[in-house]
Design a protein around this ligand. Structure first.
Ligand SMILES: [Mg+2]
Length: 226
């Protein structure tokens, strides 16, 4: 799909996902695919390959549900203190290029800025302490507080109960195709994906939504509504 900068004059509300959108997903992939299996293998005296296979099976069972994103669930399932482990490697949390500049530009033209994440409140807290991008937001919402994951049916309607917005004048940036598809079902008008959520993995290929490579491509300019 051809990339065009968002039509900012037609947009009041800008919703951002966090992991893979504002922050490099590499941290989370490293954490869940590498570090957690390594610790689990050590704790259970099994090989890392066996640990990865067992954990992957466990991941699959709760994919797309809030438990998938719940550090409490995983701490219990894997008998590992997940928040503590996250904190121990939190220095590796990285903001994607041009995010802060983009947020400040949107703030300057008075857009309503919302951070809407599936991250568990404990994870959110750790990320907020290690990335300096959170002061720009008018509201930060963890989907756990609404008891639905963003990709679950009815999420965006329920979001209106904590923050009102006009779906016809809203843009969502999110690296999850499942979330973008759910937002489309619920009539959010402008839906943008992320080309490379993990800086160290391949680019996504998708014909359904425009994909942002660098947020510089979306900066408001005189031509698109500054
Ligand atoms: Mg994400």
């Amino acid at each position: 799909m051809k990339f065009e900068s968002p039509p900012w004059v037609e947009i009041d509300t800008v919703m951002f996902d966090m992991d893979g959108t504002l922050l490099d997903l590499h941290f989370d992939n490293f954490f869940w695919r590498d570090l957690v299996p390594e610790i689990y293998a050590k704790n259970k005296s099994i090989s890392k390959e066996e640990a990865l296979a067992m954990i992957t099976e466990n991941y699959k069972q709760v994919e797309g549900t809030l438990n998938w994103y719940s550090v409490d669930y995983w701490s219990h399932q894997l008998e590992i203190d997940i928040p503590e482990l996250k904190l121990s490697v939190a220095k590796q949390i990285a903001v994607r290029p041009n995010v802060e500049l983009f947020l400040s530009k949107l703030k300057n033209i008075n857009k309503q800025l919302l951070l809407v994440t599936n991250a568990h409140p404990k994870t959110l807290q750790i990320k907020m302490q290690h990335a300096r991008i959170f002061d720009y937001f008018d509201r930060i919402v963890s989907s756990h507080s609404l008891n639905l994951a963003k990709e679950n049916h009815g999420f965006f309607k329920r979001l209106q109960s904590v923050e009102t917005y006009n779906p016809k004048r809203t843009i969502l940036f999110d690296d999850s195709l499942a979330v973008l598809r759910q937002a489309k079902i619920e009539s959010l008008k402008y839906l943008w994906g992320i080309k490379k959520p993990d800086s160290q993995q391949e680019e996504l290929v998708c014909g359904e939504f425009p994909l942002v490579d660098d947020f510089e491509q979306c900066f408001p300019t005189l031509n698109n509504g500054l």
